[in-house]
Design a protein. Structure first.
Length: 135
């Protein structure tokens, strides 16, 4: 997990956007998230080192791995092709469908599509229109 966190932090090296004289942009949230993930990984590593119980169970392994892969795909696609709001909608849709655990139901896909579009629109309204940041 520590290696994944370091890779995530490396991949999150986006240039900042200057708006109204203030540097904004997509760089700060991924960097903060990457640093937090490294911190939690180190904390977990130290805690597990001093733990006496040898049993360790991780639930939701498939969802965790799929989330990491979807996140990496989101950043790689965004970095290489742009289209931030379209990829945000697709990413939110994917996560909604995966965590709904109803992958084969049409209703889940329609709800995920609605959620992805609304989530992307909320980000556009918050950052694109109110703050004036361009991704």
């Amino acid at each position: 997990l520590l290696v994944l966190a370091a890779t995530y932090l490396y991949l999150s090296d986006f240039p900042g956007v200057v708006s109204s004289g203030v540097t904004l942009g997509p760089a700060y949230f991924p960097r903060t998230l990457g640093l937090a993930l490294i911190g939690f990984s180190l904390f977990g590593l130290v805690r597990e080192f001093f733990r006496e119980n040898d049993t360790f169970v991780v639930e939701g392994k498939k969802e965790l791995v799929l989330t990491v892969l979807l996140t990496a795909a989101f950043f790689l696609l965004w970095r290489n092709f742009g289209y931030f709001y379209i990829f945000v909608a697709a990413f939110a849709y994917s996560l909604f469908v995966v965590y709904s655990r109803r992958i084969f139901e049409l209703k889940s896909h329609l709800q995920g599509l609605l959620f992805g579009v609304l989530f992307s629109a909320a980000i556009y309204l918050s950052f694109g229109l109110l703050i004036g940041a361009r991704f």
